[in-house]
Design a protein around this ligand. Structure first.
Ligand code: TXA
Ligand code: MG
Length: 348
């Protein structure tokens, strides 16, 4: 299959969006930008399209997809029940980086929800995504547009690397603004539960809903406590080289990582180092990448996946990362980093 690439970095092209929407209506696959990461879209009501999404990504088919909508009026078609809490969250955060788990609407086939009787729904905050969803019929199932196991794509070139020749269309919308996947909140239980941390924090959700809890499976050391979002159990976002997170005071961390990078060089390898803007200049060896500023947390979220991909391309033999427990986005950033590291953490 030849993948058609459409350039919408300067904005929505109505004629090309119409064509891409046509591809979705016929059951084809279109990768597109959102404000979080690039998505791999197919018609959410078409079981064949969902099967194609799983095949293109090499994703296990028990891992459900998120249904993307563009208009509030469409929510009751995707969800069987829309509780008051969902309406309040939509009012506060949609369009935006929040996914809600609700009872599955009858029109959503089980192929899209990985066999579950609940469905993940979100309205993305990106003009290209919204225009495409409308053109494609209103309901677009879309996981992140990476090959299963690779970091999520934050640029069209990342999608191209992973999925070229396996999808019908790739729409280039430039770099995405956030760079981490949406927050997922489950509204099907008594108390709302965060299943995946993201840009919308527990505190932000709490302001709208009151009590919001955090899935124990995300933080538990006990391997028998599984995360409730099926996708969170996989070792996602994995770079090719083993990644270790080093914690401690900034001075200790720099000293520890420098020593490890020296050792790696002496044994013929090359360490990739993920550092904050403040410390990046202090390393003597290794390939250092500055991820962003701890005082502007969004810059860290924005660069994380691109740096992991870059280290794959450069073929480093190990990766060491500083920890980024920043106040607002720290939980989301560390969740992704810990998963990429397979939870390997070293105290400096
Ligand atoms: O920001 C995002 O959410 C991006 C963009 C493209 O919108 N999409 C994304 O999709 O991250 P994906 O497929 O990579 O992650 C979806 C996550 C998975 O962990 C999946 O297990 C979980 O959502 N999920 C989907 N439906 C669910 C359900 N009914 N119950 C629990 N978890 C669900
Ligand atoms: Mg994903």
């Amino acid at each position: 299959m030849q993948t058609i690439r459409m350039d919408m970095t300067a904005g929505v092209d109505p004629e090309e969006i119409r064509q891409a929407g046509e591809v979705l209506r016929r059951g084809g696959l279109v990768a597109f930008p959102t404000e979080t990461v690039y998505g791999l879209g197919g018609n959410a009501f078409d079981p064949e399209a969902s099967r194609r999404i799983y095949a293109a990504k090499g994703r296990p088919s028990d891992n459900p997809l998120i249904v993307h909508i563009a208009r509030m009026e469409d929510l009751p078609r995707a969800a069987r029940e829309v509780p008051e809490a969902a309406l309040r969250l939509a009012e506060a955060f949609w369009p935006g980086p929040l996914t809600m788990i609700l009872p599955r609407g009858d029109e959503v086939p089980k192929e899209t929800t990985g066999g579950l009787d609940t469905v993940a729904i979100r309205m993305p905050d990106h003009p290209v995504a919204l225009a495409l969803i409308e053109a494609g019929g209103g309901f677009v199932a879309a996981p992140s547009a990476n090959t299963s196991g690779r970091p999520s794509p934050t640029r069209a070139d990342h999608v191209w690397e992973d999925l070229q020749g396996r999808i019908d269309v790739l729409i280039d919308g430039g770099e995405v603004p956030i760079g981490l996947e949406s927050t997922i909140v489950d509204l099907t239980e008594e108390t709302p539960v965060i299943l995946r941390p993201g840009y919308i924090s527990q505190a932000m959700l709490g302001e709208v809903l009151g009590t919001v809890s955090y899935d124990r499976g995300l933080t538990s050391e006990d391997p028998s406590v599984h995360p409730r979002a099926p996708g969170m159990k996989y070792r996602h976002y994995a770079p090719k080289a083993p990644l270790t997170i080093v914690e401690g005071s900034p001075e200790e961390v720099v000293r520890c990582i420098s020593r490890l990078a020296d050792e790696e060089a002496r044994s013929g390898g090359c360490a990739g180092i993920i550092a904050g803007d403040d410390t990046a200049g202090q390393y003597g060896s290794g390939l250092v990448r500055s991820i962003g500023s701890r005082t502007q947390e969004i810059t860290i979220a924005h660069h994380l996946y691109a740096i992991l991909r870059e280290f794959d391309d450069l073929g480093v033999s190990v990766i060491y990362s500083e920890a980024f427990d920043t106040p607002q986005l720290g939980r989301a950033i560390m969740n992704r980093l810990l998963k990429a590291a397979g939870h390997q953490v070293l105290q400096a």
